[in-house]
Design a protein around this ligand. Structure first.
Ligand SMILES: Cc1cc2nc3c(=O)[nH]c(=O)nc-3n(C[C@H](O)[C@H](O)[C@H](O)COP(=O)(O)OP(=O)(O)OC[C@H]3O[C@@H](n4cnc5c(N)ncnc54)[C@H](O)[C@@H]3O)c2cc1C
Length: 288
C-alpha cells in the first residue's frame, strides 16, 4: 500500500496551492472525526493529508453588535456551544452544536469540517440554513461566498472545487423578537446522529399573529429542506394547533425522505409531521 504523507501548510494560500498541486490524491484534514474514520474503513485512500492544524487565523468566534457572527472554519463545535455571544444572540446555534454526538467528538469536530463533509445526518446545517448563514471560501483563484444552502448540494456533495477551502461561516443577526428552536429526533442511542432534525425561526406580532416563519428539516434527504409555500401558511395567522398540524403535514408531504438504519422513508414522514409543530411550539414558548 502507498504510504500516506502528512503535509502541514501554515497559510490558507499554501494549503490551497497544495490541494491544486495534488488534486484528487489529497484531502484536507481539520478535526479528523469524519476523515480518519473513512480512511480507517478504507473508504478513501488519499496519498496526501493536508493538515490545517498549523494554519493560523482560522480558529475564532467574533461578534460586534449589529454585525454578523463570524466563526473561523477551525472553530470546534464545543467552542461554539460554549461561546457567550453565541448563547446570548444565537441560542439555537449553540443548542444545535451541543446536540452533536458527545463532548469528545465536539471537542475535535470543526465548523468547516461539518459543512465540507455534507453528511446528510448532521445537526448544524439545518440551523445554519434557517439562520441564513453564508460560508467564505478561499482557493488559488481568490475568494467567494455562498449560502450554506448553496454550498450543500446533495449527499456528501458540495459546491466546493477540489482546491477550495472554507475559511469562515457568517451568521446574520436575527430580527428583534425572533424566537428559535432546534429539535433533534434520534431513533437509536441518545448520542446518535439525527433521524430527523427541525430548525425553526418564528416572529410573532401583537396578539400572537405570525409575521415570519422559517422551518428547515435536516437529516432526511441529501440537503436541508425548506418550503416557503408551507411556511407562508403561518403568516398573518395565529399559530394554533390546527394550523401547526397543517404546516407539519405540509412538510411531510413535500419531502421524499431516504430510508436508512435510523428509519424508513414512511417512518421519517410521520416524525416530520409530528416534530415540525413541536419545534414551532417550542420556539414560541408553548410546550403544552
Ligand atoms: C462518533 C461520531 C458521532 C457523530 N455524531 C454526530 C451527530 O450527532 N450530529 C452531527 O451533526 N455530526 C455528528 N458526527 C459528525 C461530526 O460532527 C463530523 O465528523 C465533523 O463535524 C467533521 O468535522 P471535522 O473537523 O472532524 O472534519 P474532518 O473529518 O477533518 O473533515 C471532513 C471533510 O471535510 C473536509 N474539510 C474539513 N475542513 C475543511 C475546510 N475548512 N474546507 C474544506 N474542506 C474541509 C475534509 O477534507 C473532509 O473531506 C459524528 C461523528 C462521529 C465520529
Amino acid at each position: 500500500m502507498r504510504e500516506l504523507e502528512l503535509l502541514r501548510p501554515e497559510t490558507v494560500d499554501e494549503a490551497a496551492m497544495l490541494l491544486r498541486a495534488h488534486g484528487y490524491e489529497s484531502k484536507l484534514l481539520a478535526g479528523g472525526t469524519a476523515l480518519i474514520l473513512m480512511y480507517m474503513q478504507g473508504l478513501i485512500r488519499p496519498r496526501y493529508l493536508i493538515c490545517l492544524e498549523r494554519v493560523g487565523g482560522l480558529n475564532y468566534i467574533r461578534h460586534e453588535p449589529g454585525a454578523d457572527l463570524r466563526l473561523g472554519a477551525l472553530t470546534t463545535h464545543r467552542a461554539v456551544e460554549r461561546s457567550a455571544p453565541v448563547r446570548e444572540n444565537w441560542p439555537v446555534l449553540a443548542d444545535a452544536f451541543h446536540k452533536v454526538a458527545n463532548v469528545r467528538v465536539r471537542n475535535q469536530a470543526t465548523v468547516g469540517g461539518v459543512l465540507a463533509e455534507a453528511d446528510y445526518a448532521s445537526d448544524p446545517p439545518a440551523v445554519l440554513v434557517a439562520l441564513g448563514a453564508r460560508v467564505r471560501i478561499s482557493g488559488p483563484d481568490g475568494e467567494r461566498t455562498l449560502t450554506v444552502s448553496e454550498l450543500i448540494q446533495g449527499y456528501y456533495e458540495t459546491a466546493l472545487a477540489p482546491d477550495e477551502i472554507i475559511t469562515e461561516v457568517n451568521v446574520p443577526e436575527t430580527a428583534p423578537g425572533t424566537r428559535t428552536a432546534y429539535l433533534k429526533f434520534v431513533s437509536r442511542s441518545s448520542e446518535d446522529r439525527p433521524c430527523v432534525g427541525v430548525a425553526v425561526l418564528v416572529r410573532n406580532g401583537h396578539g400572537g399573529v405570525c409575521h415570519e416563519l422559517r422551518v428547515v428539516v435536516g437529516a432526511v434527504t441529501g440537503r436541508p429542506q425548506q418550503f416557503s409555500e408551507v411556511e407562508a401558511l403561518a403568516v398573518g395567522h395565529q399559530l394554533d394547533d390546527a394550523r401547526l398540524k397543517d404546516i407539519g403535514r405540509g412538510y411531510a408531504d413535500s419531502i421524499d425522505p431516504l430510508s436508512d438504519m435510523r428509519g424508513s422513508s414512511w417512518y421519517r414522514k410521520q416524525v416530520i409531521a409530528a416534530l415540525v409543530p413541536r419545534a414551532i411550539k417550542q420556539a414560541i414558548g408553548d410546550n403544552a
